[in-house]
Design a protein around this ligand. Structure first.
Ligand code: NAD
Ligand code: LMR
Length: 349
């Protein structure tokens, strides 16, 4: 009697843990734990940093989670560390601790820096965030030069070029290891398209190319799947909404910052893809702002195949509609200027 009860309890536990595994898979996380991987989040006490720390703690691919900020990280780390998942969590506060925070990191995610307020552009953040990114990348070059760097801090169109120049100066630059995180643009494009096309959102795919600010964000709805017969007006409205998605959130938050929760989700998805690539999972493809030959611009967001060394292949744009071709030509001058601004800053300071 007792042993049959024990058997039914055991099978109930097995059923519920496989259901939990299936749920994790549905959320887009891997269920396999894989080799030891250290992930560092710089800016971990912030609006993005905290939920991102939570999501990375839930990721079974992470064995060590390092949470760094100029202050307040011990509290975030203590809190997150109580979650009963694989990774060991450590919090580091202050520049004197950045070495330990970074040493051994496989992936470094950077959401450090100030967010926008209503009426500001991302470029208005340049004066503060450029210096923050430069100092953090100087530390990365010293303490974990082989890590994959996921740059979230805005303006991404300039902070990625800044990082590349810092790494070049330090002699550690590897274009395969530097990524501007544009996943939130893809997440938004998928959500908005699914709504308009009345398609199941989990099945929708939309590549987003270009950069990460206003018209430099170019969603390619002509390549969206599943295909839907949307009118030109619908495509224009969807494009505009994707390009203005960040501003929509900034205005709704009315002075209390920009997207944090959706960004943490997007940042966690992109970091998960980087980890899968490092672990040798085949065919991991995400859009990202990387060094590129896809256009004449030195950096450009497009689909990228991720592998054991970071970028394995930068994929081309595929065929574009006339509307998208026009958008591509329009975005180039702005994106070029933002890239040059970043390079100039890094070399002058
Ligand atoms: N790429 C994207 O799609 C995307 C999306 C949303 C936000 N962002 C950008 O992410 C950045 C952060 O946004 P947030 O809402 O989390 O801001 P926040 O102000 O809430 O948090 C930023 C954190 O960075 C920390 N910080 C500042 N200087 C630092 C330094 N030198 N070293 C380590 N940490 C430092 C702050 O202490 C703070 O905890 C902003 O620049 C924002 O524009 C990018
Ligand atoms: O819009 C912002 O300032 C933050 C971020 O770049 C976003 O797209 O939400």
């Amino acid at each position: 009697m007792r042993s049959s009860m024990l058997r039914s309890v055991k099978s109930a536990i097995a059923r519920s843990s496989s259901a939990a595994g299936a749920q994790i898979q549905r959320r887009g996380y891997s269920v396999h734990s894989g080799p030891e991987r250290k992930v560092a989040v710089l800016g971990a006490a912030g609006g993005i940093g905290q939920p991102l720390a939570l999501l990375m703690k839930l990721n079974p691919l992470v064995s060590h989670l390092s949470l760094y900020d100029i202050a307040a990280t011990p509290g975030v780390a203590a809190d997150v560390s109580h979650i009963n998942t694989r990774s060991e969590v450590k919090g580091y506060a202050g520049e004197e601790n950045i070495r330990e925070a970074l040493e051994g990191a496989d992936v470094v995610i950077i959401p450090a820096g100030v967010p926008r307020k209503p009426g500001m552009t991302r470029d208005d953040l340049f004066n503060i965030n450029a210096g923050i990114v430069k100092s953090l990348c100087t530390a990365i070059a010293k303490y974990c030069p082989h890590a994959l760097v996921n740059m979230i801090s805005n303006p991404v169109n300039s902070t990625v070029p800044i990082a590349s120049e810092v790494f070049k100066k330090a002699g550690t630059y590897d274009e395969k290891r530097l990524f501007g995180v544009t996943t939130l643009d893809v997440v938004r494009a998928k959500t908005f398209y699914a709504g308009k096309a009345k398609a199941p959102v989990a099945e929708v795919n939309v590549p987003v190319v270009g950069g990460h600010a206003g018209i430099t964000i170019l969603p390619l709805f002509s390549q969206a799947t599943p295909q839907a017969n949307l009118s030109a007006e619908d495509i224009t409205a969807l494009t505009k909404r994707t390009q203005d998605g960040g501003t929509e959130v900034v205005e709704a938050k009315a002075g209390k910052g920009s997207a944090t929760l959706s960004m943490a989700y997007a940042g966690a998805l992109f970091a998960d893809a980087c980890l899968k690539g490092l672990n040798g999972v085949p065919d991991v493809v995400e859009c990202s702002f990387v060094q590129s030959n896809v256009t004449e611009l030195p950096f450009f967001a497009s689909k990228v195949r991720l592998g054991k060394n970071g970028v394995e292949e930068v994929l081309g744009l595929g065929s574009l509609s006339d509307y998208e071709k026009e958008g591509l030509e329009k975005l180039k001058p702005e994106l070029k200027a933002s890239i040059e601004k970043g390079i100039k800053f890094a070399n002058a300071n």
